[in-house]
Unconditional design. Structure first.
Length: 754
């Protein structure tokens, strides 16, 4: 009667009925709904499933079938999988013909390209999976969709976690995809059951919702409880790979295709093929909750800002009309609404991860404290604006999975992944289940021809996000390769050209090395001390001081045997050394031949004068202000030592960093002066510079938060007084509202309404 009650309450005139296909019921209902749409009987269908009755009889039934996990965990496709964990759930999607959804301006989450169903036929039993029946459903779905399995990038399996069920499904899928020519590791395989358990009749729609959101947001969702894959999976030859952490789906919307399976007791099998809708705008961000919130307090003076902070502190200690404490995002939205730019500049800023931390930081702010490392920004009175500097890392700071969270959270950044589609799989590889695979994935990024363009993509993405938040550099620099990214951010090189130059620069360097590409080593000592040891060992003419990264951190470079001898001599002198995992002896005479090669490349590429000052590693001075001068300096930089310490000193003397110092041009070292680094600043093993792009900036406040990155509105000015936050209503992007549509051929496609 549930379907009739829904139709009654919503005054719907189409057919209503319940479907029973055991654990495949919800996909059976979707099949019926799509047929109703393609025949024109209805213009909109609600397709839902409810399973809220995990009673004693359910547990007895599944226990008698030896299907329940004794450990209470669903370990889909793991070798330790021992059964299912029961779950409960409610799922509902809205289905419309695609043309109607676009006409009505609906948000389309996914398009149903095809749906296949089949029975196992005569088998050994009603509960045992049968590969033949599963294969029939898969073949029918892909035949109807006009999509080849080799095009599928995400497959949401039935995946209950039972030993026999997982093995049968994995083997069936592997044969189908291999026959279709799917390359090894081209499709991410997983199951939502590892996260929410087996919701039985609602399981199919749970998988559809997960896959459709993945298609819409461009995200490859993870499967948990997977540490040692099922023996039926061969990492070298299988078309499938696993994700144990969320990763961006680098393919453009028009190429994102997913499959979803649901199988039921009694031998009933369903599979649906979904595709992203390229005409639907991607979401501005992919989060419902932020890990931290920013609170800015404005005023004409510090006292006025403290009054605003005091009001928020009082509100934080109160509760809503139901006695519940305010959520952090409610408070952040209220504070943002009250931070009127006309009231004055930002005087105090706080970054808090929860209400308790916010309360503590508010107390400290009212006491006049300033602790940027803890998320409290309240510079001492009289601190003048300094100049913002962006610094980009060089080779050695790249690692698998770097910046994945950024690309997942902000889909617009994927435009930079589109610059090098072949690099995305190197940067975001599938899960590694043993140390050897981890080393192999890291080694792929060590290749100079991969590392440099990957670093370019990351640097451009970080700079793009900062720019969207109105944080812009006054001057820029990079360590070694990072200098190219700095020039790009400064407007001298456009992003597509940067990727081309990154590849050609790497090729020039690799091509310049002979049988011995050389190596590098880091030394913890002053430059003078290192040079003295090298001279005493008779190595000064063979090993160069390639990177002067800090007052007591240098990097030597040269032929492999010479660097090995240098390391021995330096250790004998009591100095700490560390061999670096690099492709060659960068910034040494071994790569000097790359200078002319790269100069020829630069001569044929578009280069402009930088719009802001970019500082050179080679000269420790600003780049020339003309395009030809930029080309000459960029080519010469390849074979010259990196004078990083002098460069940073010169940038500081030019005003980079906070201005809470005496007159500019002092001779004291930058390391002894105040600075405000933003971002991750742990040294990378190869260069000793920040492992991600970082900005050193003064207390110059952007207009924050930018509209596209605010938390979901939790404050309604028309329904509440400014001092009382309101809890938000339904999410702006409901995860369960969908539409479907059919093409001119009568094929039904699914897309979300909203």
């Amino acid at each position: 009667m549930i379907s009739g009650r829904v139709a009654n309450r919503l005054d719907l005139g189409g057919p209503n009925f319940a479907v029973d296909a055991a654990c495949a019921s919800s996909l059976a209902a979707m099949d019926a709904a799509c047929k109703e749409l393609t025949t024109g009987g209805s213009d909109l269908m609600l397709c839902g499933a409810v399973d809220l009755h995990n009673g004693i009889h359910d547990y007895l039934m599944f226990s008698s079938a030896h299907a329940l996990s004794p450990t209470g965990r669903c370990r889909t496709f793991d070798s330790t999988g021992d059964g299912i964990a029961l779950g409960e759930g409610v799922a509902c999607v809205v289905l419309k013909r695609l043309a109607d959804a676009r006409r009505d301006g609906d948000r389309v989450y996914a398009v149903i390209k095809g749906l296949g169903a089949a029975s196992d036929g005569r088998a050994l039993g009603l509960t045992a999976p049968r590969a033949e029946g599963q294969r029939r459903a898969l073949d029918r779905a892909y035949a109807q969709s006009g999509v080849s399995p080799r095009q599928v990038g995400l497959l949401e399996a039935h995946g209950t976690g039972t030993v026999v069920g997982d093995r049968t499904e994995l083997q069936t899928l592997t044969r189908l995809f291999a026959e279709a020519g799917a390359p090894p590791g081209s499709c991410t395989l997983g199951s939502v059951k590892s996260q929410i358990g087996h919701t039985k009749c609602a399981a199919g729609l749970a998988g559809v919702i997960k896959a459709a959101l993945a298609l819409h947001t461009g995200v490859r969702p993870p499967t948990i409880n997977l540490t040692r894959p099922n023996p039926a999976w061969d990492a070298r030859t299988s078309p499938f790979a696993f994700a144990t952490e969320v990763r961006p789906w680098a393919a453009p919307a028009r190429e994102r295709i997913a499959g979803v399976s649901a199988f039921g007791f009694g031998g009933t099998n369903f599979h649906v093929v979904l595709a992203a809708d390229p005409h639907t705008p991607e979401p501005r961000h992919a989060r419902d909750e932020w890990p931290a919130e920013l609170f800015c307090f404005r005023g004409r003076d510090r006292a006025a800002a403290h009054q605003a902070a005091g009001r928020l502190a009082e509100l934080l200690r109160s509760a809503d009309r139901y006695g519940r404490p305010w959520r952090l995002r409610d408070l952040a939205a209220t504070a943002a609404a009250q931070a009127d730019p006309r009231s004055g500049p930002v005087q105090v800023a706080i970054v808090a991860r929860d209400a308790a931390e916010l309360d503590q930081l508010l107390r400290r702010a009212l006491a006049g404290e300033h602790d940027p490392g803890r998320g409290l920004i309240q510079p001492p009175p009289g601190t003048a604006d300094g100049r913002v500097a962006f610094l980009f890392p060089g080779q050695g700071s790249q690692r698998p999975g770097a910046l994945a969270e950024l690309f997942v959270t902000f889909p617009e950044l994927r435009e930079y992944l589109d610059l090098g589609p072949d690099l995305a799989d190197r940067l975001f590889p599938p899960a590694a289940f043993d140390p050897a695979t981890e080393r192999e994935q890291q080694q792929r990024l060590t290749d100079t021809r991969v590392a440099q363009p990957v670093l370019g993509i990351g640097g451009l993405a970080v700079a793009h996000l900062l720019r969207r938040l109105d944080i812009r550099p006054d001057l820029a620099a990079g360590h070694s390769y990072g200098e190219l990214v700095a020039l790009s951010v400064a407007g001298a090189i456009d992003p597509p050209t940067l990727l081309r130059l990154s590849r050609r620069r790497a090729e020039a360097i690799v091509g310049a090395t002979g049988d011995d590409p050389g190596t590098m080593a880091a030394v913890s000592a002053t430059a003078e001390r290192v040079l003295a040891v090298l001279a005493d060992a008779g190595l000064a003419d063979r090993v160069v001081l390639a990177n002067r990264n800090g007052p007591a951190q240098q990097v030597i470079s040269g032929p492999t045997s010479a660097v090995q001898s240098a390391v021995t001599a330096l250790k004998a002198a009591g100095l700490t050394t560390h061999r670096l995992n690099v492709a060659c002896a960068f910034h040494s005479p071994l790569v000097a031949g790359a200078v002319d090669r790269f100069a020829q490349v630069l001569a044929a590429e578009p280069v402009a004068a930088p719009r802001i000052a970019v500082w050179s590693n080679r000269t420790a001075a600003a780049y020339p202000a003309d395009a030809d001068g930029v080309r000459r300096e960029l080519a010469a930089q390849v074979g010259a030592p990196v004078r990083f310490v002098e460069q940073i000193e010169a940038m500081y003397a030019a005003g980079a960093g906070p201005s809470s110092r005496p007159a500019r041009g002092r001779s004291s070292p930058a390391s002894s002066r105040p600075s405000s680094p933003i971002g991750h600043t742990s040294p990378s093993p190869a260069t000793g510079v920040p492992a991600k792009g970082s900005a050193t900036c003064s207390p110059r406040w952007p207009s924050w938060p930018a509209p596209e990155y605010r938390c979901r509105p939790a404050f309604c000015s028309t329904a509440a007084t400014p001092s009382r936050p309101l809890r938000p209503g339904p999410p702006t992007v409901p995860s369960g509202q969908w539409t479907a549509s059919s093409s001119a051929t009568g094929r039904v496609s699914a897309s979300p309404a909203g």
